[in-house]
Ligand binder design. Structure first.
Ligand SMILES: [Zn+2]
Length: 76
């Protein structure tokens, strides 16, 4: 996987071709984050078969979990 996924409170540019980074809103749930990443990759002409996000090298893209869910998980 060559793409990096970042979460940010404010997204000005979802795709940074210099760093190869996709930025998604911090508040997205895990499902919505995958959907957002897939949308960006589709816009970059990377086919997205199935329900996962796929890098242009063919590897699964690991989408970081929402920060708030992480906090809940750590507290549970
Ligand atoms: Zn890759």
């Amino acid at each position: 996987m060559c793409v990096r996924i970042c979460r940010a409170d404010r997204v000005t540019a979802p795709w940074d071709h210099v760093t190869g980074t996709i930025t998604i809103p911090a508040e997205l749930t895990a499902d919505r984050a995958v959907t957002a990443v897939r949308a960006v990759l589709t816009a970059l002409a990377v086919q997205q078969p199935g329900g996962r996000a796929i890098c242009w090298c063919g590897a699964d893209v690991a989408v970081p979990a929402p920060t708030r869910d992480e906090v809940v998980a750590h507290g549970a």
